[in-house]
Write a protein that binds this ligand. Sequence first.
Ligand code: ADP
Ligand code: MG
Length: 351
Amino acid sequence: MPDSRHLGGRRPIREFDLIRTLRHRFGDTGPGVLDGIGDDAAILQPPPDRHLLVTTDLLSEGIHFDRRFSGFKEIGYKAAVANLSDIAAMGGIPHSLLVALAIPPSCTASEIQSLYHGLMVPCRTHEVTLIGGDTSSSLKHLLITITMLGWVEMGKALTREGARTGDLLFVSGTLGDAYGGLKILKKRKRQSGPNPLRPHERYLVARHMRPTPRIALGRLLATHQLASSVIDLSDGLSGDIRHICQRSRVGVTIQAEALPLSPQCRRFAREQNKDPVEFALTGGEDYELLFAVPPTKHHSLIRHAQQLPIRLTCIGTIRSHTYGIRLQLPDGSTRNIPHTSFEHGQVTGLP
Ligand code: ADP
Ligand code: MG
């Protein structure tokens, strides 16, 4: 039940007013939504012959986002993209979302509305409707839980299982840009005074702040059944490839030279005296798709992918489980890819 419980501090937020505003500004009913925000539960009409996809993500202030680096709009945008990207990785059409918030005293009503503004930008692009949520208070930190629903044709969902020895490993877009952008934002925070970004830095920051969920690619892979195994890159290639290998019980060789790097990322890594390959392997939040393609479907993939405005790169080959997870260097030697994991805002295990 909505009540007039006060949330927030400086200008207390009334739960009832907040929900009413959210309903008016963001709670349109879209196709398949018979009733959205306002009742005890939303009522949806699933299309015939579809499976329902459901994913949820909890974002915790100080762990997954930092209000010192990002505005509420940007936090909302990225939170929505993380969920859209999960639906993309299953080959689905995103449909609707629910947003549960625990709001600390330090947040104002207009900040919470900015959060929803940001959230709804990529959602509107993909015709995703806000159908509900929950609102509570928190002592100190903002907590955001998003649940997203989507549909996929029965039997066509893309999973992490199914990669086989000999399949080719592909990735969309370029890798490591978002990590470069994060490093730039952190560096700027430490410096005082005006410090305009140079064009390659601006590009990397934009890739960090406004990643693109690869919905169209996921749909292409699902509808034409082109991939044997798919995951989205949220934690970084070196960590996420492990999920494909474990769930499919396979190994992999990744060619270091093949990793797609933007010129902006190469330049930034050079300025930092770092190897951009490490950015590509360990940086998180690229939200690109990583997928295995059986050799028989390779040509079909290339043909269909011409419809998409994104680059696809073959970066390796699936091997047997006993081979392990290895990086092949330009001289032909190989080394194990260590399990470095991107811990939301920081990378652990970087050399
Ligand atoms: P209940 O007490 O049954 O949980 P609420 O008062 O929490 O009901 O919610 C009333 C309506 O507002 C419901 O449709 C719910 O989904 C929606 N809602 C509540 N909080 C949010 C929120 N933060 N974002 C979007 N919708 C919300
Ligand atoms: Mg509630």
